[in-house]
Design a protein around this ligand. Structure first.
Ligand code: C5P
Length: 241
């Protein structure tokens, strides 16, 4: 499927939308919903992070589900296993599709997250969400051994996926092909990198083995967000082939 012969101006097919997560980094649920609605033809996943969840709580998740999105609750949980388990259970019961938990506290903490989010969803009669282990934050000093150890923790805990930078994808994919890889720090060629330390283009992230791309400011701060979304969807379609 070549990007130049496919017209995504009215939206992207589900196979592309399900791989694009819109980072709703705002502190107001009305603004989040406006942005999500505007960009829904190209994005199938709505990422609710700490800022929006702090502002609006479960309502932020509920409205995105109501609007037809798979919700990615990016709460980056890190606490004692019991607390992680209970928080994850609540998120599962709300109907999230993805939930992030840190790997750096160890396998027991991550397993507590996996079990909690699965149990919460199951009790509410919902499909099992994917617990995503956060491997290495860009603000951390972590070498290859740390990355490998954290991928090992993801696998041991039974996590369905992980979050990593595009530059770590080759290592991750050399260790496993059985997890969903979620990659932030995406910037098309020529777009401001903002504070992202290890940015990658949509095409290069897909080519390196990314399953889901987290896209925020490249679209939300673009002069023309719809045009930015169209060209990212086309670039992803071209990279998938
Ligand atoms: O695309 P943009 O840079 O705006 O994306 C920012 C989003 O990506 C934020 O929601 C942030 O939490 C997330 N992020 C991340 N890991 C990084 C960098 C950003 O999850 N290493």
């Amino acid at each position: 499927m070549a990007a130049d012969i496919v017209d995504f101006s009215n939206g992207a097919p589900e196979a592309i939308r399900s791989r694009l997560a819109l980072a709703l980094d705002v502190d107001d649920v009305v603004e989040a919903r406006r942005l999500a609605h505007l960009l829904r033809p190209w994005f199938g996943v709505a990422k609710v992070g700490l800022e929006l969840f702090s502002a609006a709580g479960p309502e932020a998740i509920e409205v995105m589900i109501e609007d037809g999105f798979a919700v990615f609750a990016d709460l980056k949980l890190l606490d004692i296993p019991t607390t992680v388990n209970k928080a994850a259970r609540v998120m599962g019961s709300l109907g999230v599709s993805y939930l992030t938990v840190h790997t750096r506290a160890g396998v027991d903490h991550l397993r507590a997250g996996v079990e909690g989010v699965t149990a919460g969803a199951s009790a509410a009669g919902l499909p099992a969400p994917i617990c995503l282990g956060i491997t290495v934050l860009t603000s951390e000093q972590a070498d290859l051994a740390v990355l490998e150890q954290r991928v090992g923790i993801v696998l041991e805990a039974g996590c369905g996926g992980l979050v990593c930078s595009a530059s770590d994808l080759a290592t991750v994919r050399s260790l496993t092909v059985d997890v969903v890889t979620v990659v932030p720090g995406i910037r098309p060629v020529g777009v401001n990198v903002d504070d992202q330390a290890r940015p990658a283009t949509p095409a290069s992230a897909i080519a390196s083995g990314a399953d889901v791309l987290v896209i925020g400011r490249a679209v939300t701060h673009a002069a023309d967000p719809i045009q930015a979304a169209i060209s990212i969807a086309a670039e992803v379609a071209d990279a998938i082939g």
